[in-house]
Design a protein around this ligand. Sequence first.
Ligand code: GLY
Length: 318
Amino acid sequence: MWTVIATWRMALEGIEKASAMLDQNIDGGEALEAAVKEVEDNPYYKSVGYGGLPNEQGVVELDAGFMNGSTLGVGAVCGVHRIANPIAVARSLSEYETNSILVSEGAEAYAKEHGFQQKDLLTERAEILYENRMKETGKTVLKPYNGHDTVGVCVLDIKGHIDAGTSTSGLFMKKPGRIGDSPIVGSGFYADSAAGAATATGLGEDLMRGCLSYEIVRRMKQGMAVQEACDSALNDLETELIQQRGHCGDLSVVALAKDGSFGAATNIKDFSFTVSQSGKQPIVYVANRADKHTFYEPASQQWMDDYMHERMKPVSRL
Ligand code: GLY
């Protein structure tokens, strides 16, 4: 039996692709890469890859991470500007003993040298949204997007091998060089084939304060069920941040356990995530929290239609 789970509705097309691969017994890491690439290549998903929204200087700057839960190999790229599929480079780097996390020019040089596709990542649509934001005053608060942020994927393949990976353009209008949780192992993603995997989305600065993905896998390794591990780790981090700092940003996670069960937790309204399991159709769920527990149900057709309508609606200059 295999399971794949990913943050947000935007992962659906990629998850469909990965599901067909997992059915054919293709390695989980390869399926994960294919799923994330699909999101990176889609110009309408404005927080990942091509079409991602730029930093405050108008430059699209991408981060990605990958972890192989059987070797504990980790690869990541941070702050890259011309790499079409950062997840592919991160996965490739996870095979190295050293030099497996590369930033900026070093990552670009590695990608070029190893034949990874180069691409101009700024679309006209993203440029218009950037110019509009520059014209607006008093609206420069950095926030993850509503319904849209890092794509994070966890895969359990037929052989019992578990992987996790992420890709993002980070926060709109971030400072050049800023990175969040997504390329940071333990914060944005973590995988251990002996227990499970988790991946996060939301405000990177706060997710990193609790190494949230690692914490979820650690709790599973100690015997906690996946849903309880997600809820308890996220709630504990939120409580601590509010106690210590007086506030907490958006936090959402998805995870799977080595038995193929899955979980999710969130402190936002209507967090969507996508799940596929062998023998079943992929399902997009919408999650909400009540009394410190996360509840989720399949997205309605109306919700699905509205989601794509919102992503693809025309944009024009102010
Ligand atoms: N969670 C993505 C970021 O903060 O960059």
